[in-house]
Design a protein around this ligand. Structure first.
Ligand code: KG4
Ligand code: ZN
Length: 339
């Protein structure tokens, strides 16, 4: 059985995983840098790449040990090529290139966003196509139609902030720390989701794009006007209402896309899809629509190398990346991909 070692360093998680050709995840190690970036309320790119340099070889060693193999038993390497922070990406890509060259094995570069989309199939290979997939993370909020495996059509994307970014920025404004999504989720648990009436944006041109900067600005205005802070009696209600508005906005676009594209299933992926309120609302909505629905387990939602390995293995089995290309370079943005 062929085994693939995958490396993911696109942002602030240092991750490695071993995946076999049946897409069994033999190990999946993620080292978060949250504590390093928390004092700044967001990711500091230079600190992220330096930390990847310090941690990556240990994380790779741990992934191999848990999978009970050594480097010479790896049949193929997989790595995130982009989009992401360029310095961070280069750390993972350089190590992967070096290993593939030394062991004379194939190296499969993968796109981080496609890896998030593939993450759902690790545990839900039964999903029937075409599927409507919503990727909600700190850097992206995009809706895709997946007609065939590994073939994605972008239907809509955010015109400004990503959903996770809006949560992170509101948390930063309130000095809650980083990343804001899980912190807001925890504090919102006891709150009243109806207490603050946030208006969910609607694209006037009928597109399926998202926008979160209006919601974020409305939230910041409420914080200032009501002098909201952790000891304010309406603090939890405010966070619950804001979180609910973000979720409503996501589900609204999904709902609009269903009659247009008539999918046979729906799925969520990306870091924000760890959010309990989003998961529950999405599943209830899909049930009402009579659509089979899937969300990855939490460890496959936020950045991880298992999803990179799953996608790289699929590509390898299709015959992609048979030759080692040492010219491979990282790309920071989705639209630089073919450049
Ligand atoms: O997919 P991911 O790990 O990285 C990107 O590719 O961006 O997503 C990170 C984002 C952050 O914005 C973080 O606040 C958000 O996912 N997030 C959450 C939760 N866990 C992570 N947002 C809401 N609720 C959560 N439980
Ligand atoms: Zn991601």
């Amino acid at each position: 059985m062929k085994k693939l070692l995958a490396i993911e360093t696109s942002c602030d998680e240092t991750a490695a995983a071993v995946v076999d050709e049946k897409i069994n995840i033999l190990s999946n190690i993620v080292l978060s840098q949250d504590e390093i970036h928390a004092p700044y309320g967001g990711i500091v790119p230079e600190l992220a790449s330096r930390q990847h340099i310090l941690s990556l070889t240990y994380i790779v060693a741990e992934a191999l040990e848990r999978a009970e193999i050594n480097l010479s038993q790896v049949d193929v390497f997989g790595v995130t090529q982009g989009p992401g922070l360029i310095g961070s990406l280069l750390v993972g890509l350089s190590l992967a290139k070096g290993l593939a060259f030394y062991y004379q094995k194939s190296l499969i570069p993968v796109d981080h966003l496609e890896a998030h989309l593939e993450s759902v199939f690790i545990e839900h290979s039964w999903l029937s196509l075409p599927a409507l997939g919503l990727l909600v993370s700190g850097g992206h909020t995009s809706l895709y139609l997946l007609r065939q495996r590994l073939s994605y059509q972008l239907l809509g994307k955010t015109r400004d902030d990503a959903a996770g970014e809006a949560l992170d920025k509101v948390a930063k404004f309130l000095d809650l720390g980083y990343p804001g999504g899980p912190l807001i989720e925890h504090l919102a648990e006891q709150g009243d989701r109806q207490a603050f009436p946030f208006r969910v944006p609607q694209m006037t041109d009928g597109s399926l794009d998202f926008s979160f900067s209006g919601l974020k600005t409305a939230a910041l205005k409420q914080i200032k006007e009501n002098k909201l802070s952790a000891d304010h009696p309406l603090f939890h209600d405010f966070l619950a209402s804001f979180e609910a508005a973000v979720v409503r906005s996501l589900i609204k676009n999904l709902d609009r896309a269903v009659p247009q594209f008539r999918p046979r299933s729906v799925f969520l992926c990306g870091g924000v899809s760890r959010n309990k309120h989003l998961r529950e609302t999405f599943l209830a909505w899909a049930h009402k629509k009579g659509l089979p629905a899937a969300i990855p387990s939490p460890q496959y939602c936020t950045d991880n190398a298992a999803m990179v390995g799953a996608l790289a293995m699929k590509k390898f089995l299709q015959g992609q990346g048979a030759h080692l290309n040492l010219e491979l370079n990282a790309y920071p943005r989705a639209d630089y991909r073919r450049g």
